[in-house]
Ligand binder design. Sequence first.
Ligand code: GAP
Length: 457
Amino acid sequence: MVSKNISPVDMDKMVSLCKRRGYIFQSSELYGGLASCWDYGPLGVELKKNIKNAWWKYMVQERDDVAGVDASILMHPQVWAASGHVESFTDPLVECKTCHKRFRLDEVREEGHCPSCDGELTPPRQFNLMFKTLMGPVEQEADTIYLRPETCQGIFVNFQNILVSSRKKIPFGIAQIGKAFRNEISPGNFIFRSHEFEQMEMEYFVKPGTDEKWLQYWLEQRLNWYTGLGIKKEHVRLRQHGTEELAHYARDCYDVEYLFPMGWSELEGIANRGDYDLSQHSKFSGKELKYFDEESNEHFIPYSIEPSAGVDRSALAFLLDSYAEEKDKEGIRVILHLHPALAPVKVAVLPLSKKENLVKMTQDIHSELRRCWTVQYDDAQSIGRRYRRQDEIGTPFCVTIDFQSMEDNQVTLRDRESMNQIRLPRQNLASVLAAKLGGEPFDILPSGASKVESKQS
Ligand code: GAP
């Protein structure tokens, strides 16, 4: 069967599928929507959770050299002065003198006039992308704080705390997943660029002089993460920044780019930040942020290598890359070939009819399986329609319970990719699924069971 993958062509179909099936909705749609802010529905929230879990497993859980942190979104305003964001986190902005639409300078540089109405543009002025808010009951400038525009500053300011409490030795990393906010001048392309988004960032602290080697290491690791979760190799590439493009903190930087419908665009940034951040925080706080290397008996400020990924951009890439349409005798079958680790629903359980005993057996199986995985029960419409619905949201497996099941206690397991169906004993279902999906079939207490109290001696 030839599978026609539409990525990187069609964003509109993706937006429509996401809304129709409960992946992603426009924020505050009821009130006409809030531009470039998005709400994740029942399936979207599972997808995002799975992406974050897959990142955390790969970057933290499966390694000895990376520890986690969950820092506050609101931070001391001096953090953003030290990091350079107050001064340098700006985009040059121009405004049309006729229609008053605003653009980033790089969007209109070639035309030199308003792309919307051809009007004359104002000279560029610097526009800071940080959202400001006030802490405390009195509105005064001194109480201004910022919504963090990147999560990694929560890592840098906790460098000493984590070094001392975890007793890590260099090279080691600190990882964080969390929300970030940017007052983007030109947000858009669905969830690609929005005002509120989530980042998955890791600072890998290394001895100066070894930084280039570690940058290469993390480039490879990060590419492997995307392709290991199903992104096609030909849809992802690395692009090194030119010197004029480097952020104020970066000595070197690569973008992991994905072939989005609007063309190759940044999916993740991987930067060599040198000792910029720790030096700046040391200078602004007056506290030393050095590492003592027992081997060489010297103190130094480590360099950091930073893989910085977006949860929302990753979600978009995984959705686009897995979308396919297949022709069969009943028409077009839409399918998300999502990696099982990312699929929002792992298993659907479907009684062939709504007869009471079939429903009862299906519900029992549902209760049993959902202790381990996200499982959906569906008894509406024909079995063919139900399979299609599950294919469209990327569910890897369907279990069908039919009249024969009542007699022989066997069920049918259908595989999304091959559409092959096998019969197997009901009691083997959980372990067969565990082998296919990963995870233990009964790794938690049966419902109703209580833990044995430990005896005090
Ligand atoms: N700490 C470095 C940093 O924040 P960045 O390249 O500005 O670097 C890293 O952002 C990643 O965060 C991007 O590659 C992208 O995945 C995500 N990201 C940045 N701005 C975004 C936005 N406005 N909307 C959605 N994702 C965004």
